[in-house]
Design a binder for this molecule. Structure first.
Ligand SMILES: *[C@@H]1O[C@H](CO)[C@@H](O)[C@H](O)[C@H]1NC(C)=O
Ligand SMILES: *[C@@H]1O[C@H](CO)[C@@H](O)[C@H](O)[C@H]1NC(C)=O
Ligand SMILES: *[C@@H]1O[C@H](CO)[C@@H](O)[C@H](O)[C@H]1NC(C)=O
Ligand SMILES: *[C@@H]1O[C@H](CO)[C@@H](O)[C@H](O)[C@H]1NC(C)=O
Length: 341
């Protein structure tokens, strides 16, 4: 790692400063602190490069790990909730779509031809992903479904996804274990499909009614069954310590202690008692009120305690997808909870 960077730096000095930027981006390993320190000192010999790295990394990620976000909403929530997502975290998506059942020129919605109402959430999800597969497959590498009361930290989502290939059939979220062998992702926490996963979903959902049911049961469970039948693997989005990154609850439900009874029972990976509820690189929270979108934006992007740290800035190594998919495929749920509706 150290020698890679030295080589990169030397070549960079010869060829021009941009190459060191490039080498920084394609780091293959997470260096330990002292390597990072040495590396920092090295790049500081070229002050221009060092300054640019931190500044352009988010933009580089935005360009290379493109995320289309679609928001599950409904007519009465267009102005109550959806518009506030557009004003806050939705701005950080590469593309933002509002899926609903009515046209709205102010919000610029996509009107889906499905009945409105709680019973039809699965129909809406299915229609939304089919629409995106038909019209926007090439506009992004990853396709995120979020409720209109969810808040996403897009930088953390991209930094997490960066290591995975969008050509592998995989999806990520808060993995629950009942009902579906390989687990399924909580709808409220939101979930993200790779481009390959979206392709498979669209193929199977449009051609095979026994693989992707037409019933009106819970959206996330049906999606999980459908994706499992389509050969899409349910990935693990926890951090290095095993803390969840996608949360089906709000911070106030989880901090200082998890007050819900059902949530720990549903988790696919049992949580270590000593572990914090939420990863420092958390990606999503649910049950966020519209005004709180702005509060979270302020806390995360504006407020800075004097002299206190500055988030991670090193991208993870690119993963070997076939090994990972095999690993996750073989993690099966024991389905201890009985089906209930
Ligand atoms: C960092 O640099 C110091 C001094 O040049 C060297 O002794 C040390 O081995 C380096 N550490 C790593 C991990 O490369
Ligand atoms: C790198 O720079 C820091 C701050 O100037 C210094 O404390 C540290 O000893 C340097 N590390 C090496 C390996 O030169
Ligand atoms: C990101 O893409 C934009 C538009 O294509 C381009 O102007 C910009 O230089 C890119 N930035 C990085 C860091 O790759
Ligand atoms: C439809 O899906 C079912 C269940 O996954 C599977 O057994 C069947 O072979 C599929 N049919 C076709 C035509 O792909």
């Amino acid at each position: 790692m150290f020698y890679r960077n030295v080589v990169c730096l030397l070549i960079g000095l010869i060829v021009g400063v941009r190459l060191t930027d490039f080498c920084d981006y394609v780091k293959l390993q997470q260096p330990n602190r002292s390597v990072r320190q040495n590396y920092t000192n090295l790049t500081h010999t070229n002050t221009l490069t060092a300054a640019q790295d931190a500044d352009t990394l988010p933009e580089y990620l935005f360009n290379t790990t493109r995320v289309l976000c679609w928001i599950m909403t409904m007519p009465e929530n267009h102005l109550r909730r959806a518009v506030h997502i557009r004003n806050t975290w939705g701005r950080r998506c590469n593309k933002l779509l509002f899926m609903t059942t009515k046209d709205d020129s102010f919000l610029e919605t996509v009107r889906l031809d499905v009945p409105e109402g709680r019973d039809y959430l699965w129909h809406k999800t299915r229609a939304a992903f089919n629409y995106i597969s038909d019209h926007h497959l090439d506009d992004a590498d990853w396709f995120l479904k979020a409720d209109d009361d969810s808040y996403f930290i897009m930088e953390n989502l991209r930094a997490f996804l960066y290591q995975f290939s969008p050509d592998a059939p995989v999806y990520f979220g808060c993995k629950f274990h009942p009902f579906v062998k390989q687990g399924y992702m909580s709808g409220g926490a939101g979930y993200v499909l790779s481009r390959a996963a979206l392709r498979r979903f669209a193929e199977v959902a449009s051609s095979n009614n026994s693989a992707c049911s037409q019933t009106q049961l819970s959206e996330d469970k049906e999606m999980g069954i459908c994706l499992q039948n389509a050969g899409v693997v349910a990935g693990d989005a926890r951090d290095e310590l095993g803390a969840e990154r996608f949360h089906p609850l709000a911070p106030i439900h989880l901090i200082p202690v998890d007050t819900s009874e059902w949530y720990p029972l549903y988790l696919f990976y049992k949580r270590d008692k000593h572990l914090q509820c939420c990863s420092p690189s958390s990606i999503s929270f649910h049950y966020i009120k519209p005004k709180e979108f702005y509060v979270l934006d302020y806390l995360l992007y504006v407020l800075r305690p004097f002299g206190v740290g500055s988030g991670a800035s090193i991208l993870p190594a690119k993963a070997d997808m076939s090994t990972l998919l095999d690993k996750w495929k073989n993690e099966l749920s024991d389905n201890i909870l009985k089906e209930e509706d």
